[in-house]
Design a protein around this ligand. Structure first.
Ligand code: PRP
Ligand code: ZN
Length: 299
């Protein structure tokens, strides 16, 4: 039996969840020593090491007890769960926490120039995706027969290559779709980051550290960095702008004196506002965009 067991936590190697996952661990007090291109980060001050892996591998690494913990998108978990269910198997990873980052949606997108009049338009079409099980379930609930083209990546270029009519992929900021002349037409599922654990009981030392990390994560999530965003926009751009504001509930819309077609938007965004978001906001018609830190908030 290992005298000094260390927790192993799987994190996405490179992608949307990598930076926010490392940021969360950092806020929880973890100092990680990691050489360039190294697949394992060593916790210098805590008995916790981080394994950098493909996000799609995380559910199995955790349910097969190769890693004790995993930070992964609900989308990846749900796809794996459905895939196992289709084979009569049951997913064994256990969810510990829903986390306040990595929000995105699995959405169906169509080429900008293609006609789309609602779900019926999907009938008989080819839809490219890396999420065949989630898409399959969606089509089934909608009672729509369409062809699912399962790809392992680069889904966004499938329509241009003539391999599919539409795609079903994750949309976060929307910049991938925009860059590929696609537009979001239907939401299949919402997603966010999730902390999962092995189904195997942990020895006391490790279990104690999982408890401590959970307390720290809860603390971090409570005071999570929020941003106050102010901007000017044409009234007509409001629907697009509301979609772009990350994690904002209901923005305040104020008329702009002397400009009946323009408004001021104030919103509290519960997620970090990145330059990419500001650029997308500008593209959507926003101007005079200000982002301020929120110091305290009382709900
Ligand atoms: C997703 C998805 C898109 C991108 C969309 O990739 O496959 O490429 O994010 O984000 P955007 O709307 O902000 O442009 P993810 O990081 O989840 O990695 P993976 O799908 O390659 O595993
Ligand atoms: Zn992936």
């Amino acid at each position: 039996m290992d005298e000094n067991p260390r927790l192993k936590l799987a994190v996405q190697k490179s992608g949307r969840l990598t930076d926010p996952s490392l940021d969360l661990l950092n806020r929880c007090g973890l100092k990680l020593a990691r050489g360039k291109d190294q697949l394992v980060g060593f916790g210098e001050n805590l008995p916790l090491d981080v394994l950098f892996v493909r996000d799609d591998d995380i559910p199995d690494l955790v349910q097969e007890d190769v890693c004790d913990l995993g930070l992964v998108g609900l989308n990846v978990l749900e796809e794996r769960r459905l895939e196992l269910a289709a084979r009569g198997a049951v997913a064994r990873f256990e969810k510990l926490r829903d986390l306040d980052f990595g929000r995105c949606r699995l959405a169906i997108a169509a080429p900008n120039e293609a006609r789309f009049d609602g779900p019926e338009t999907l009938r008989g079409k080819r839809i490219a995706t890396t999420y065949p099980f989630m898409l399959g379930r969606y089509l089934q609930t909608m009672d729509i027969a369409a062809e699912i083209v399962t790809l392992s990546g680069a889904v966004e270029i499938a329509p241009r290559l003539g391999r599919a009519d539409l795609i079903c992929d994750l949309v976060s900021t929307g910049s991938t779709l925009q860059a590929n002349h696609l537009r979001e037409v239907l939401t299949v599922a919402e997603s966010h980051a999730v902390l999962i654990r092995t189904p195997v009981p942990l020895p006391a030392f490790k279990a104690g550290w999982v408890e401590r990390m959970l307390l720290r994560i809860d603390g971090v999530e409570r005071v999570k960095e929020s941003k106050y965003v102010m901007l000017h926009a044409p009234r007509s751009a409001l629907p697009a702008i509301r979609k772009l504001l990350p994690g904002s509930e209901s923005p305040t819309i104020i008329p702009l004196d002397g400009f009946p077609e323009r408004v001021v938007v104030h919103a509290v965004c519960r997620e970090n506002v990145f330059w990419e978001t500001l650029e997308s906001l500008k593209q959507a018609g926003a101007s005079s965009v200000l982002v301020l830190p929120v110091e305290k908030m009382l709900a």
